[in-house]
Design a protein. Structure first.
Length: 328
């Protein structure tokens, strides 16, 4: 047996023997938030392609709103994620979107003794999304848009991931392996006379329940692992700072409910984080947009003891294809 397999087997045994000793919901399954501020409606027959890359690192424990320095096996987590979003304007009021992403790596590093450090890594496709957005109130002359949307969250595979024939921890799985639903509310108000735009995005994710029991490595009709639902509220302020350069400041709150196993609360899951996220973007001919951004948490509140984000940054590239002369 390889050293990698031995490390995974040792870790899997620890997860069974000490199920509340691993705290890593910050690196939980699924797809991290995208890196784009392009969330409104598209013009009829316009196509938008967004590619982005996100890098996260976590090494600080919190319990409630305070740091927790109690020694643990799990020292840090990191992820690298690449995503793609496709949007298409079906009509003046309806835009459809498809989102997918791939975890290049999801890493947990354990230190069992001073001379033994074990790294466990997952990778693969995260959950995908198919959604539609409808413009409830769209007034281009007044630079106002109110849009609502809904969609389906789906796994590319319902089978858990194994590395060297050993199942990796639930938090390192690239996908939840279950279906879910999403809903959103978007409001935009532009002030072209001062090159300023203010908009908000409110998004809700409802997750399904998995029948796969990681402690036994089998599907069980009587077992239900329910991933916590997520509510995200964001306010953006965008300002043109010079020719083709735009500055954006985002204030975002993320509330993740605790997971449940057969309706029983899963320890060390669930949190609320408030971020300030600055962004700088560059526009080329009004069709290409390159952006870099970072996340800085200013408030953290965790249920139980969990690893919390230390830093997160992202890059995005957006391209609009205008295929119809008709505009709103």
């Amino acid at each position: 047996m390889s050293n990698k397999s031995s490390n995974l087997l040792f870790l899997f045994a620890l997860l069974i023997l000490f199920p509340t000793g691993i705290f890593a919901q910050c690196c939980s399954s699924g797809s991290p938030a995208g890196a784009s501020t392009f969330v409104g409606l598209l013009n009829k027959k316009d196509l938008r392609v967004i590619a982005f890359y996100r890098n996260n690192y976590s090494d600080t424990y919190f319990q409630g709103t305070s740091k927790d320095n109690t020694p643990t096996f799990l020292k840090n987590t990191a992820l690298k994620f690449a995503g793609l979003t496709l949007g298409y304007g079906l009509t003046k009021r309806v835009t459809v979107e498809y989102e997918m992403g791939y975890f290049i790596s999801k890493v947990q590093r354990y230190e069992f003794t001073s001379d033994k450090i074990t790294t466990v890594e997952g990778f693969g496709f995260g959950n995908g999304f198919v959604s539609a957005k409808y413009g409830v109130y769209v007034k281009p002359a007044n630079n106002i848009e109110v849009t609502v949307g809904a969609g389906v969250k789906f796994p590319f595979s319902k089978q858990p991931q194994f590395v060297d024939h050993v199942i990796i921890p639930r938090d390192l799985q690239p996908s939840t392996g279950v279906y879910g639903m999403t809903g959103l509310f978007f409001f935009n108000k532009g002030f072209p006379e001062i090159s300023l735009r203010v908009f908000s995005l409110n998004k809700f994710e409802l997750n399904g329940a998995s029948r796969y029991d990681f402690s036994t490595g089998k599907y069980n009709a009587d077992y239900r692992y329910k991933y916590g639902n997520m509510l995200m509220n964001s306010i953006f302020v965008s300002k043109k700072i010079m020719t083709n350069f735009f500055g954006v400041v985002q204030f975002r709150s993320e509330n993740r409910q605790a997971d449940h196993v057969n309706s029983v609360l899963e320890k060390n899951t669930g949190n609320e984080i408030i971020y300030v996220s600055p962004q700088l973007s560059y526009s080329i001919a009004g069709s290409w947009h390159v952006a870099v951004m970072g996340d800085y948490p200013i408030y953290k509140n965790y249920t139980g003891k969990q690893l919390t984000p230390k830093y997160s940054w992202a890059l995005s590239l957006t391209r609009d294809f205008h295929t119809c002369k008709e505009r709103r």
